[in-house]
Design a protein around this ligand. Structure first.
Ligand code: F6P
Length: 550
């Protein structure tokens, strides 16, 4: 029992029941489950907005799903969900509300935190972003020399980079092709150098995106970008106003940096960094796709928010996906989860989900600070198909690990592919469907032998199958569909955090490295000595100094 009176997760009867059920399920195969129920494909499919979510190739029966839903009930997932939507401070370690859902609430909605309706503020910022975006898109916003802006460079890291960068790639077919977009995040100077080396400073707008405006990588890159701009324009500080805007919650720090707060688009501390690209942090995206499409994307998010908030447990997609993850982590010892989009435009999707999921649920103490003795968030990984098929799918098919995977694909390619390339889409999607089929049903030794394979190769050519996958199929990757997908994963992560009883909205685990880097930097430059460092770090740092001639 916890201090809050909540039973520890693995001491609940629902957890025990799931463990016993897992034993009974034993080595039941997907072949058997499909043979027993010819309609399984249709029955184990949910439809949410434009998403068709087929979970029939999951290692679950109707009983598994019932038991998982009972676990969700026992851990009061719905109670925490409602508290989140109501604006309660469910991020307890930071004493903050968690209201990214307010970022996509319709204009007339009322969502209060600390006694204030936050929705009018959200729309006021969206409106300002729209005006600014249109000015840049139309060429009305000019740089210091009067030239129109043609290049937009977003400088940010983590949630202030991954979201806009991912969404820009995802919606590239919908972007203004006469503008160039670059995303700079790494404090490695090569990132900024490569981003600006072929740009004309007179035509370049920097968007400095940082919730706190104190993140060392972002402030360092922004300072270097300002130096590059002023040197390139041969201008003074007054040139900054036409070439720098800020996206932040911290007006004071924005001003300290030298950006006029008239050129700042604000958001709020109840928006977590990894939940922020539908806030002002999405300004670069809005410039790229235009305000109208940005709003379509927000509507897509909102559609899934409403689904999550209101759909019954049996039909609630984020709940289901969250429960499946809990099932494999706890009862199959799955350590990772692959997300495999069959769309080149989703090349950054999994990297984005890594922060969303791993920064949210990579925790090992519960809400009360007690160590958990159950698995929490998985390692999330993956790249777009079909590339992975020629790299690491071997391990998924025939390795020793349980790797649940999500396959995401589209009936039609986005945008305006020329007819010759359009024809490739069926090949892409044939692979998409074939892989989940192969993973689920494999190939038995008998089937291999029947092909005349010599006995010594039979084991090598056998596929044991039974690898669980979810297939998400949509018509086309539109702004709305992207919003639906992201909200689906946001709420899936939420469900898992609620069940594991962890705070999914803090990120204390990133702090120690930051503090140590601050201490080590002066040692590298020679401003401080190596005393006090452990022997490994001291000798590495000494070697670095020697190599740098210091
Ligand atoms: O260090 C982790 C983190 O705080 C992330 O949670 C966040 O998305 C990122 O850094 C960037 O933070 P900021 O937007 O404040 O620069």
């Amino acid at each position: 029992m916890n201090a809050s009176g909540r039973k520890r997760l693995n001491q609940t009867p629902e957890w025990t029941a799931l463990g016993e059920h897992r034993e009974r399920l034993g080595r039941t195969t997907l072949r058997e489950l499909f043979a027993a129920d010819p309609d399984r494909g249709e029955e184990y499919t949910l439809r949410v907005g434009d998403l068709r979510i087929d979970y029939s190739k999951q290692l679950v029966t109707a009983e598994t799903l019932t038991l998982l839903r009972e676990l969700a009930l026992a851990t009061d997932v719905a109670g925490l969900r409602d508290a989140m939507f109501r604006g309660e401070k469910i991020n307890t370690t930071e004493d903050r509300a968690v209201l990214h859902t307010a970022l996509r609430a319709p204009r007339g909605a009322v969502i209060e935190t600390d006694g204030e309706n936050v929705v009018p503020g959200v729309h006021a910022v969206l409106d300002r972003m729209a005006v600014f975006s249109e000015k840049v898109r139309s060429g009305e916003w000019t740089g210091h020399t009067g030239k129109r802006i043609r290049n937009i460079v977003n400088i940010g890291i983590g949630g202030s980079d991954l979201g806009p960068a991912m969404a820009y790639e995802a919606l590239r077919a919908h972007t203004a092709r006469d503008l160039t977009f670059r995303f700079v995040s790494n404090v490695d100077g090569a990132d900024l150098h490569e981003a600006v080396r072929d740009l004309d400073p007179a035509e370049t707008l920097f968007i400095v995106a940082s919730k706190t405006f104190t993140t060392i990588e972002t402030i360092t890159n922004a300072t270097s970008a300002r130096d590059w701009l002023l040197a390139g324009l041969n201008a003074g500080q007054d040139a900054v106003a036409r070439h720098f805007v800020a996206l932040s919650t911290n007006a004071g720090k924005v001003e300290d940096f030298g950006i006029d707060t008239a050129n700042m688009f604000e958001f709020w501390d109840w928006v977590g960094g990894r939940y922020s690209y539908d806030s002002a942090i999405g300004l670069s995206l809005m410039i790229a796709i235009g305000p109208e499409r940005f709003r379509e994307m927000l509507d897509g998010f909102h559609l899934v928010d409403e689904h999550f908030r209101t759909a019954p447990a049996e039909a609630n997609a984020p709940l289901l996906l969250g429960l499946l993850g809990v099932w494999y982590g706890a009862f199959f010892d799955a350590q990772s989860h692959a997300v495999l989009p069959y769309s080149h435009y989703l090349s950054k999707f999994t990297a984005y989900l890594q922060q969303l999921d791993m920064e949210s649920n990579g925790k090992s103490v519960d809400r009360e600070g007690n160590p958990v003795d159950w698995q929490t968030g998985p390692v999330v990984w993956g790249t777009p198909g079909t590339n992975g098929q020629h790299a690491y799918y071997q391990l998924i098919h025939q390795g020793t690990k349980v790797i649940p995977a999500d396959f995401i694909g589209f009936a039609r390619p986005a945008g305006d592919l020329p007819p010759a390339l359009l024809a490739q889409h069926d090949l892409l999607m044939a692979n998409f469907f074939a892989q989940t089929q192969a993973l689920a049903f494999g190939k038995t030794p008998e089937e291999v032998r029947a092909e005349g394979v010599p006995e010594e190769l039979v084991a090598h050519k056998t596929f044991r199958g039974n690898h669980p996958t979810t297939t998400v199929l949509a018509d086309e990757l539109t702004p709305s569909v992207l919003g639906q997908l992201i909200a689906l994963y946001e709420h899936k992560v939420f469900v898992q955090g609620a069940i594991w009883n962890i705070d999914s909205f803090d990120q204390w685990g990133v702090e120690l490295g930051k503090v140590l880097a601050k201490k080590i930097e002066p040692v590298l430059t020679g401003a401080a000595g190596t005393e006090g460092l452990d022997s490994s770090t001291a000798s590495l740092v000494a070697a670095y100094r020697t190599l740098r001639g210091r």
